[in-house]
Each structure stands twice: as C-alpha cells, then as structure tokens.
Write a protein that binds this ligand. Structure first.
Ligand SMILES: [Zn+2]
Ligand SMILES: [Zn+2]
Length: 341
C-alpha cells in the first residue's frame, strides 16, 4: 500500500459524529475500508475487512492510531457495536479475528445476510450448488467447471460462523444513524446515513459499478434489485459526502447515481446488441466471451456471473426467449441458448 492509502482519514458528519476511515488490503492489491464511528451511541465499527493476510493487523493498527494520531480517548476494546454492511468476505471475513482482539461487542447485519454469518458452511455449500447449476445452464464447458468452482470455494475457506446479536432493516433509526436496505450487489446490503454523510459500502462506489450476479444463485441480488436500490437512494436529499467500502469519497451522490444507472443500462444494451448481431442463439458462456473477452481465472467467474445477471434481467422482463427447448426437455442441466424475442 502507498502512504496515502495506509493513513486513517477523519471525517465529521453534520450531526457531530466523528468518522474514521481505516484502509486495509482486503485481497492482494485491493483496498477496502472499515469505519469507526465515535459519537453515534456506543463506539461502533462498520465492517472488519477480509481476515486475509495482514488485513486484520492493518485494521487493528488503524484503530490504535485513532488515539495516538487523532487524539481520541479511545482504545479498540471500547468498541461495543460492530455493523456488517453486507455479507461479502472483504467486509466481514475478519470478524472472528477482530472479535478476538476487541473482546465483546454486539454484532448486527441485515436479516437477508444474517445466515451468511451464522451458518457460513451451509451458506457456502448451498451457494456452490446453485453456482454449479448456474454454470452448467450457462453453457460452461464441463472441463472448465471444476477450476471455476474451486476458485469460488477457495476465496471463502478461512471464514468461520459467528453469532449475530441484532438485525438492521430499511428505515431503522439507531443512535442518529438511518439504515437503508439497498440490495442488488448483495441481498442484505445496507447503506447508513449519519447526518449528511452516507456510508454506502459497495452500493455506490466512486469509480466502478459494483459486481452483480444473477438472482438465480442468491435471491435479492441482481440487476433489477440494484437499479431499484439506486432509485431509492436517488430520492434521498441532504447527503454531502458518500464514503464507500472501496475507492474514493463522493461529493455529488446524485450525479454518481446517475452515472451508475447509465452504466447499468449500457451493459444491458450491450447484451441486446450481442444477441442482435449473432446469427445463432447464444449461451451465457458465449455472451460472456463476447462481452468480457480478456477475463481469466477468478475474473472469468465474476464475468460469467455479471453477464448472466444482465441476461436474467432481460429474460425475466420478456426481452429474451430460450431457443433450445428440446434440449432442455431431454436433459436436467442442459445449457440454455438465448435469442431476442
Ligand atoms: Zn461487496
Ligand atoms: Zn467490497
């Protein structure tokens, strides 16, 4: 990490809450942020990093620097509440290690992501089964499947299940924090408004559109929910600063949401164009190769999910049909080939 990335940054909300942003290298070369909130009820930590390699150490070092460099009368064991913004490993994978280090704290998450934390082994098993069916129907060649599934499982191996003490739902108010449920990138994704600051986690990022996967793998994810959740936040006024789970602070939320909506519509349109320009019907595997030709390894798996999320969105809304119904009739997990209606 560079010097600027490794420094804890201080922000303040209009409601007087001190917000400390702590950077961690959550995956190799990939920076994620946890946030310590002082002045919103008990000292509260939002997200805990991945638990990979040095990420927990970087979080604990960052927490320690809040007294030594920012003059707060605070030690990490003062944290009485941990909020997990959503059930992705880069945001909660370090929870076990962090709890060992800070002692007891009440842990909260949206109900739709609660099972990911409390029944992690079950969650990985069921999601892997759903992903297998998805990849078969996407037309991934049989010989490529084991590698893709192994990559999926490997990224989740070090995590252990944890009990949850409370849940956070849309509209909840908690010590001056307002909770928004913003599903799409993840089922139980929440954003937290503190005065004029929004902690957007992965829902609104400054440079990239967040990864989307089909709802057929995990309910309440996908393009439709994501667009609805962007619309929901577009109605919220009085946000001066958006702080994400990655990337840079955003000072014009409405403009950024407009750009993200535009980006989603462009990707959707790209799938339509690919099908328009093809003489034959296409599988999701083939659409992915045309849409994301340069993706390999884990990124290929992410691309297969992302292309499939757009195909699912268009199919659910009646823009596409399945062209090989005879194959589907004869075999349980036949690849599906799509055409425009
Ligand atoms: Zn995420
Ligand atoms: Zn993330």
């Amino acid at each position: 990490m560079t010097q600027t990335q490794s420094a804890v940054q201080h922000f303040e909300s209009s409601s007087g809450v001190r917000i400390y942003r702590i950077p961690m290298e959550v995956f190799p070369g990939f920076i994620g942020y946890a946030y310590l909130l002082l002045g919103a009820g008990v000292p509260t930590l939002v997200d805990v990093g991945s638990g990979y390699q040095a990420s927990t150490e970087q979080l604990l070092d960052g927490l320690a620097s809040i007294s030594s460099e920012h003059g707060e009368a605070f030690t990490p064991s003062d944290i009485d509440r941990v909020i997990i913004s959503h059930g992705h490993v880069d945001h909660f994978g370090g929870l076990g290690n962090v709890m060992d280090a800070i002692g007891s704290a009440a842990i909260g998450i949206h109900p739709l992501d609660r099972r990911i934390l409390t029944n992690y082994e079950e969650r990985v098993l069921i999601a892997t089964k759903n992903l297998t069916i998805y990849l078969q129907q996407a037309g991934v060649p049989q010989e490529t499947l084991p590698d893709l599934l192994q990559m999926y499982g490997f990224s989740k191996m070090h995590v252990r299940s944890m009990p949850i003490d409370f849940t956070l739902e849309d509209g909840d108010e908690l010590d001056g924090m307002r909770i928004y449920h913003v599903p799409g990138h993840c089922s139980g994704q929440i954003a937290i408004q503190i005065g004029d600051v929004l902690l957007s986690a992965d829902h609104i990022l400054s440079r990239t559109a967040p990864h989307l996967a089909p709802e057929s793998i995990t309910h309440y994810t996908g393009v439709g929910h994501y667009l609805e959740a962007l619309d929901k936040m577009q109605q919220v006024d009085g946000i001066r600063l958006v702080l994400g789970g990655h990337e840079d602070p955003i000072t014009d939320m409405h403009k950024r949401i407009g750009e993200l909506i535009e980006r989603i519509h462009q990707k959707k349109q790209r799938v339509v164009e690919i099908l328009q320009n093809s003489e034959a019907s296409l599988s999701i595997f083939q659409i992915t190769q045309l849409m994301y030709p340069e993706k390999y390894g884990f990124n290929h798996l992410l691309a297969l999910q992302q292309a499939g999320a757009f195909v699912e969105y268009l199919y659910d809304r009646g823009y596409l049909c399945i062209a090989n119904l005879d194959d589907v009739k004869q075999s349980d997990n036949s690849a599906l080939y799509y055409s425009l209606i």
